[in-house]
Design a protein around this ligand. Structure first.
Ligand code: KG4
Ligand code: ZN
Length: 357
């Protein structure tokens, strides 16, 4: 066993083929990401079959490139880690198969990493260790979950979305506004020039359902409210139904008002539950945020505000570690390595996370 393991991480859960080399959970030696956005853009969402085929084509060159950039050889590695859940099953299987084949042929241990848990580790990369216990918020295209984080590998779910993930809501809002895919960055950019109070879109409060302590989220009502505000009422019935108008009816400044109003409501819904969770749980030392939506500029500003007003350390990863990447996989894997938690050759992929359903 190495005291400071050198780990190769592999990440293929969605539409990024990624590999990274990290020393002892901290020092990122290389972090290579081949994005597939151009392949999925015309479909306004990730097409699973296209994603897995692209992973197959890219995985070997991406792994070779990351070793080259890190200036290490296969023989130098102490373990191979892979994100095996959650995600698109066909995509995950490409990474899992590559990791198993590599680990087996090199005679190195294999480490299975949960993608969601890895997002909550990303802020420790090339930075100070995270102080625990912490509140964790994972916000991505597939997840919106609040967790109590006792250590890098011990977590407990506090709340999750009961319908759409917040990133998915951003992507759908961008589709409604005809802004292209992925929608989050496009909404964020357009919102800079819009009036966030132009439209009063709903911020879901699930406490009204009767459970005063719930920390669950809901974003489908917000998405539908935006749809009606932009497109008007449905016209006709069944398959032939349309709307009174579409986004082409508006100029850029009007679209910016919709984007800013949507973004204000979506981020307010996240902040509302962060505040409630901080009230409900004493002695939290940090707030860790991870997942693609962490790139959002309004959320970052709100979190900076929170950091200035409380004694909690707010841990926001730099953007390269917010989005899907393999450095977070290789980094978190060091903690499994030290705990002696290795996977065997029966490791498979799973579409769902055990910790953040
Ligand atoms: O974590 P991630 O890269 O992939 C998943 O595991 O889903 O997150 C991607 C999501 C997409 O829904 C994208 O629209 C959203 O993160 N996103 C943003 C921003 N940048 C990416 N959402 C809001 N504002 C942004 N600046
Ligand atoms: Zn992710």
């Amino acid at each position: 066993m190495s005291a400071a393991p050198l780990i190769l991480g592999i990440e293929t859960s969605c539409d990024e083929t990624a590999a990274a080399v990290v020393r002892d959970g901290q020092n990122v030696l290389s972090n290579v990401i081949a994005t597939q956005h151009d392949l999925h853009e015309q479909y306004a969402g990730v097409v699973p079959e296209i994603a897995s085929r692209a992973h197959l084509e890219r995985i070997t060159p991406v792994i070779r490139e990351t070793l080259r950039e890190a200036n290490v050889t296969y023989a130098d590695l102490d373990a191979v880690a892979v994100g095996h859940q959650p995600g698109l099953i066909g995509s995950l299987l490409v990474g899992v198969s590559a990791a198993k084949a590599l680990a087996w042929s090199l005679g190195k241990p294999l480490i299975a990493v949960d993608h969601i848990v890895a997002h909550l580790y990303a802020s420790a990369l090339n930075d100070e260790p995270i102080e625990y216990p912490a509140l964790g918020l994972v916000i991505s295209g597939g997840h919106t979950s609040l967790l109590l984080v006792h250590s890098p590998i011990k977590l407990q779910l506090l709340g999750r979305t009961i319908d759409d993930a917040v990133g998915e809501a951003f992507d759908k809002a961008a589709t409604i506004l005809q802004l292209g895919y992925p929608g989050g960055p496009a909404i964020d950019k357009l919102a800079q020039s819009g009036d966030p109070n132009a439209y009063q879109l709903p911020i879901a409060d699930l406490r009204r359902g009767g459970d005063e302590t719930t920390l669950d989220f809901s974003f489908s009502g917000l998405k539908t409210a935006l749809l009606y505000a932009v497109c008007g009422h449905p016209v006709g019935r069944g398959k032939s139904s349309t709307f009174e108008r579409d986004a082409s009816h508006y100029n850029d400044s009007e679209k910016a008002d919709f984007a800013a109003s949507f973004q204000r409501a979506a981020i307010a819904a996240l902040m509302q539950n962060i505040h409630r969770a901080l009230d409900q749980h004493d002695a939290l030392k940090s707030l860790i945020v991870g997942g693609g939506v962490t790139a959002n500029s309004l959320l970052r500003a709100e979190l900076q505000n929170l950091a200035q007003r409380t004694s909690i350390a707010v841990r926001i990863p730099p953007i390269e570690y917010c989005l899907d990447n393999a450095a977070m996989i290789a980094g978190l894997a060091a903690h499994s390595y030290h705990a002696g938690k290795f996977a065997d050759w029966s490791l498979s992929a799973s579409p769902s996370s055990k910790v953040a359903v």
